[in-house]
Ligand binder design. Sequence first.
Ligand code: NAP
Length: 680
Amino acid sequence: MSVLQSYIAGQWFGKTEARALPSAINGEAVAYTHDEAINFGEVVDYARHTGVKNLLALDFQQRAAILKELAIYIQGRKEELYKISYHTGCTKADSWIDIDGGFGTLFTYASTGRKELPSGNVAHEGPVTQLGKGNHFNGTHILVPRRGVSVHINAFNFPIWGMLEKFAPAFLAGMPCLFKPATATSYLTEAAVRVINDSGLLPEGALQLIIGGTGDLLYRLEEQDFVTFTGSASTAQKLKNHPNIMARSIPFNSEADSLNSAILAPDVTPDDEEFDIFAKEVVKEMTAKAGQKCTAIRRVLVPAEHLDALAERIIERLGKITFGDPTEEGVRMGALSSHDQLRDVTEAIGRLQESSECVYGKNEGLRPVGKNVDSGAFMAPHLLVNHTPLNDGGPHDIEAFGPVATLMPYNSMNDALTIAAKGKGSLVTTLTTKDPSIAAEMIPVLAAQHGRLQILDAEASKESTGHGSPLPMLKHGGPGRAGGGEELGGIRAVHHYLQRTAIQGSPTMLAAVTREYVRGAKVVETDVHPFRRHFDDLQVGESLLTHRRTVTEADITNFGCLSGDHFYMHFDDIAARKTQFGKRIAHGYFVLSAAAGLFVYPGEGPVLANYGLDTLRFIAPVAPGDTIRARLTCKRKIDQGRTSPEGHPQGVVMWDVAVTNQDDELVASYDILTLVAKQK
Ligand code: NAP
């Protein structure tokens, strides 16, 4: 049996057996933790010096590209992780959530990083605010790497996803990570870290793995570091209040346990398709990963008149769930991930029964299938009913982190909202209703106490990703008991790991810092049209002020005929006189098109495509007789390391366009996105 090793300071460390980690299926040791004590001073120093230095030698775009390569690499070796994952009690479907869900999150963050982060290591969070009347003093925000270490402490239930969903945004943000997986399933995390290391894709120091306890690690953290935690509310409290974390105001993100609810709305009856959809969702959440998901449904709220019908429907479905050795054919629910967990959940069910009755799971004589399962951590699904859900305590306080849910009857929508709120802040709730007006009434009230809300009806159920699935592009984390933290949510998660700083100064200074042209900053004007410059030669701030064009009646008529837009404002003199402009004006889209006619360089050149406009505003009207001109300025360059379909390297250039009239008044303002070829 192997001794697990920590990966610290670029070396695998530890060789002496300490604690045996038993398989959830048969109780036999899968691996041992190591006995050697870790020098956390060395771990933190290595991350701070080697890790930070190597990560910041790359930029946002390069780190995003590495994430994609890493996702592809792990995907190619996933089968070896699946084999180990069975020992955590997982079925193949459960492992899919952890393993495919893990590298899937890397793919999503690779793409988010490439689309939403700039080149370099300074992210500009505009808009720039003019602070002085003359536009000489402005303010804006930048987001920069913290130059510290990110410590990730994880729960036992997602040994791979739990690591990667924290790693992806932290890595993009340029922070070296120290992972501390829950010991019980750390053998799977260790295997995944070995795969990651074998890839050779990560810069030295980007990742270290800690098997076992954290020793004096938290005392060694400093102001620019970051801690993210997933686990029980009690551990979260303890770590959040660590004296060093408090004294140095070290950001601490907490994802703790949550007594999530699912609500069957009053409009749904047992004859509706939604009734069955709801029962199916409850059973899925009770049994996926044997109920060991922080997002699993623990409290099931049902109109009192449908309590019996729903209990019957759920029990019928639970009766079809075969549980046991997940390697056996036909097994739908595996084991709890450890014997400690089995003991904890059994004890929690006992406490739940002080206020609720068990209507399924206790007396049916249910047995796990498979050979050698007697020493495994198996548990049948348990369904309870609580008849007094308006009382505090009981199922609103006790988390049985296993295949356990409690039914709760309610008499009015207000009661349902009151009962849901007794979870004191949850990760997620599913509301099943056919009626949009019920959703519109209940969801905003529920939102105050939840991190995510799923509205489930027959239409959504065709494609629903499920109550219990946090998605990389949507926020994961809830208020109150759920920890008060926030993970994922697309680019938001990367921003959590970056330092946001307000910057004040002249437009030229702000442009230099943000590497983004700011209106009013000094521009560079040369004899060469900016559209004739390759990506590599173009400078941010390079600008062209065009010749002028006087807008005529004929322009409006021609544009109306060409586009088919004969809106009264452009063609009906009497109606237009009654508007705020007092006269007919040109189409905004004409102004846009005329500006393009003014600034494009018509000949062949390195600008390959225009793929969109951002921030378009028509600021002042343009009427026949007005004379317009445009200023085109290179605003931002993003090097995504991409090539055209023919293999030619190219980059993204964003151009600032300001269209002004004869009085130098801004009439239209926007950004244009183009692809520009590189020289080499
Ligand atoms: P736990 O006992 O709180 O442990 C969580 C992590 O904290 C483990 O890595 C554990 O390491 C570590 N830890 C415990 N005491 C520590 C200390 N004094 N210093 C440093 N690290 C310490 O939780 P768990 O049993 O692993 O996970 C189950 C719980 O997590 C459930 O309550 C569940 O609701 C919650 N959870 C929440 C989410 C979420 O996203 N909100 C997700 C999954 C699970 P050891 O294993 O070595 O003790």
